[in-house]
Ligand binder design. Structure first.
Ligand code: PLP
Length: 406
């Protein structure tokens, strides 16, 4: 008799399975457009200059390896809050924001799911269709009581936001007390964000329906290259005094600290007595204690050092421009090549989408041919990480795309 023999096999698939397959592929032409992690023009991981300098100054050989407090580093949390909400909001309502350092964005998403499941009467979580592949697993595992619903987000036929449908479904079907997940900027996988006017309509809908808003902010600085501009939606929603908002904040991408797991969860309370923020804060800490105790230290020390130091912040902003600039130039290169080849279809979306990804519109079958015949790897949904394109491979990729669609 074995408890373990009854364990069913895992449904294979997902970005990390594909990544392993890419690593085994020996073809010299292979191109990796799978994972959303920045690469330089030689397709290599890139350490931000600000991070390299911060580590030098921190003297990483120091022997400080103590536990962080359960809620995380207070200086880190303070700076993280200012980065996403800006000085005005923090100065005005700091006491109404509960914040906790998390195991990056995934940890923040998981924690808010656990929290809503256990401590609130939230019935439904509305996720965009499509969304980051991990959202569904996160909500299934962490919030078994809360029903997952999808709202239309993107129209494949027009390669753009399906805004009317989105509002229509949410207006008709979302209920008071439901939660809605929104990507703060650089929507994964579509690279398509609402305009400011559309954001405002979404905010009003959330207000009218009394929805609990969860912003997933994993790409601040990657949509426009500017941290403040990319926080616009979060700050705009926070200006509605009766919206309750959570922000899942990741520094994986914008500091290039993927494996160090640096992030935070903020919950903005409005019109609630001050004690509510304390209760929420304490409950978040209790839940976090039960599953990871506290977030890790090293990455947060690096981030903190950058946040505390003007010279390093300037360097970081320049790094963000370098990364978003290279991605944008690869978008343009891909687009120009497809145009030059007269590839059937309209490819303007390849150039106009923002963030790390291109939602190419290629079918599952076309993606499969790209992989088997050309050794070009992307997600079955047609999502390509633009970071994997380089001056050396963009022509090859464009030609392969051209061949599979003609
Ligand atoms: N949210 C979105 C939309 C993402 O795309 C990602 C990473 O790909 C994350 C959250 C979480 O990443 P991490 O856990 O590394 O912060």
């Amino acid at each position: 008799h074995s408890l373990l023999s009854a364990v069913p096999p895992s449904a294979a698939g997902g970005p990390f399975t594909l990544e392993a397959e890419f690593q085994r592929d020996l073809d010299p032409r292979k191109v990796n457009l799978i994972i959303g992690a920045y690469r330089d023009d030689w397709a290599r991981p890139w350490q931000l200059r600000a991070v390299a300098e911060a580590k030098k100054q921190l003297k990483v050989e120091s022997s400080f390896h103590e536990y962080l407090p359960l809620q995380g580093s207070s200086e880190f949390i303070k700076s993280a809050k200012r980065l996403i909400f800006g000085d005005n909001i923090v100065n005005e309502m700091s006491e109404s924001i509960a914040s906790i350092q998390t195991v990056s964005g995934t940890g923040a998403n998981s924690l808010i799911a656990k929290f809503l499941d256990k401590h609130t009467r939230c019935n439904n979580i509305w996720l965009p269709d499509p969304t980051w592949v991990n959202h569904k697993d996160i909500w299934e595992v962490n919030a078994p009581r809360i029903l997952m619903r999808c709202y239309p987000y993107y129209s494949d036929s027009i390669h753009a936001l399906d805004f009317d449908q989105m509002l229509h479904i949410l207006t008709n079907e979302a209920q008071q007390g439901d939660a809605i997940l929104l990507h703060a900027c650089a929507h994964n996988p579509t690279g398509q964000d609402p305009t400011e006017e559309q954001w405002n309509k979404i905010a009003r809908l959330c207000q009218a329906k009394k929805l609990f808003v969860i912003f997933d902010s994993a790409y601040q600085g990657f949509a426009s290259g500017d941290l403040d501009r990319d926080a616009w939606a979060v700050r705009h929603f926070t200006s509605f005094s009766d919206l309750e908002i959570a922000v899942c904040q990741s520094f994986s991408k914008n500091l290039g600290l993927y494996g160090e797991r640096v992030g935070a969860l903020h919950v903005v309370m409005t019109r609630s007595p001050h004690t509510t923020a304390i209760h929420v804060q304490d409950r978040l800490v209790d839940l976090h204690r039960a599953f990871v105790s506290m977030a890790p230290l090293f990455g947060c020390r690096v981030a903190n050092h950058i946040f505390q130091n003007q010279e390093l912040q300037d360097m970081w902003h320049a790094d963000l421009t370098t990364m978003s600039g290279r991605i944008s130039s690869m978008r343009n290169a891909l687009y120009s090549e497809l145009l030059r080849l007269r590839t059937p279809g309209d490819w303007a979306h390849a150039k106009n989408q923002v963030g790390m990804f291109s939602y190419t519109g290629l079918t599952k079958e076309e993606v499969e041919v790209l992989r088997t015949k050309y050794h070009i790897y992307m997600l079955p949904s047609g999502r390509a990480s633009v970071c994997g394109l380089t001056n050396a491979n963009v022509k090859y990729v464009a030609q392969a795309i051209h061949n599979v669609v003609t």
